[in-house]
Ligand binder design. Structure first.
Ligand code: P1T
Length: 379
């Protein structure tokens, strides 16, 4: 549905009334198999690992939101990453990865794929020239998070994708932190977009899932083949929850962004805070790039607590509205210490994050309540 705007696609793409019953909302096709009239004669579905109408709706909708031709859904963000690696990489290949990524992504590359002969090196993706210089003859994938988890560094998607193309490497953008409401990497030249749909796309902290979107037909066919062959697919109810979530994505992201900016400004003026990181702040060193390639700056804010690890641990134990928990992107505000929680698996590596770093997933509650909660926790 390219002729419609983003918010319209979020509500309608892949979500026409059910042809069988007229149900306005895509039904949860809770079935593992589908009747065949004769051997191989059926209505497009034979077995639910290979395909399910609720999943098809989600895949169509998310492809439309990212401006891509094909969506391929998975049981988690990491299942999407694993399937992508199985489908596109072989022993001897090299992955060039950003030097600030989700701890689980690092763990997959270093502690699972390296044993299979796939090498990964890490580079500061804030500098497109440095990324290009680090491309090797064996580099098959360039793996970007932008903004990164948890330091909110940005990568110039257009410049890096062009460099990758010139050297025969595919650029994958993990767009989990921005969501397609704020950033659409395929439109900037990236080859594949990945999401943990657990986060902003689901939006309510009640589902775990993942998606890959691409406009390359051959790559999509290969990914879809391995989706079925390896089998890390989402169930129909999980697909339905994400479909329900994306209907309000645009509205939620607007409020996440507004609240996050207010929180970032508040923290900037607080003596218990050493440094605030939010791409929407003019003081963010890459704010110009953020304005160029994003449409809104999302709801993730990180800050360094004055007083380091002890101070950080104290703050996160004192908030009442900001719940101390891993994950992000739900309507409720969350707070965590990446070094000890989401990024424990990068400890001791070059990706290690500061022990005094606090990460906020700013929700859509009344912003004055959020500011008051942080104020009493930082006191
Ligand atoms: O948790 P899962 O759905 O498997 O997604 C993994 C993943 C992939 N990419 C990014 C950028 C992520 O942030 C995540 C998961 N992250 C957290 C759970 C977290 O709290 O950072």
């Amino acid at each position: 549905m390219p002729e419609y705007g983003f918010a319209t696609r979020a509500i309608h793409a892949g979500q026409e009334p059910d042809p069988a019953t007229g149900a306005v909302i895509v039904p949860i096709y809770q079935t593992s198999t589908f009747a065949q009239e004769a051997v191989g004669v059926h209505k497009g579905y034979d077995y639910a690992r290979s395909g399910n109408p609720t999943r098809t709706a989600l895949e169509t909708a998310l492809a439309a939101l990212e401006g891509g031709a094909h969506g391929i859904a998975f049981a988690s963000g990491l299942a999407a990453e694993t399937t992508l690696a199985l489908a596109l990489l072989k022993s001897g290949d090299h992955v060039l990865c950003g030097d600030d990524v989700y701890g689980g992504t690092y763990r997959l590359f270093k502690r699972v794929l390296e044993d299979k002969g796939i090498a990964t090196s890490f580079v500061d993706t804030r500098d497109a020239d440095r990324v290009e210089a680090a491309i090797r003859p064996a580099t098959r994938l360039i793996w970007l998070e932008t903004p990164t988890n948890p330091l909110l560094k940005l990568a110039d998607i257009a410049a890096i994708s062009a460099a990758g193309r010139a050297h025969g490497a595919l650029t994958v953008v993990d767009n989990t932190f921005a969501s397609p409401a704020c950033q659409r990497p395929l439109e900037l030249g990236a080859d594949i977009v990945l999401h943990s749909t657990t986060k902003y796309l689901g939006g309510h902290s009640d589902v775990v899932g993942g998606i890959l979107v691409t406009s390359h037909d051959e790559i999509a066919a290969r990914l879809r083949f391995v989706q079925n062959a390896a089998g890390a697919v989402p169930g129909p109810f999980d697909c339905w929850l994400v479909l329900r979530g994306i209907k309000t994505l645009q509205l939620r992201m607007r409020q996440h962004g507004e609240n996050a900016l207010a929180v970032a400004r508040f923290l900037q003026n607080h003596p218990a805070v050493e440094q605030v990181i939010y791409p929407g702040l003019p003081e963010h060193p890459q704010h110009e790039l953020a304005r160029r390639q994003m449409h809104g700056f999302s709801g993730m804010v990180s800050f360094l607590a004055a007083g380091g690890e002890r101070a950080a641990n104290k703050i996160v134990s004192r908030t009442r509205l900001f719940t101390l928990a891993e994950s992000l992107g739900g309507v409720e505000s969350l707070i965590e210490v990446p070094a000890a929680m989401t990024h424990a698996s990068v400890a001791g590596s070059t990706l290690e994050v500061p022990a005094g770093l606090v990460r906020l997933s700013v929700g859509v509650e009344d912003v004055d309540d959020l500011l008051a909660d942080l104020d009493q926790a930082l006191d």
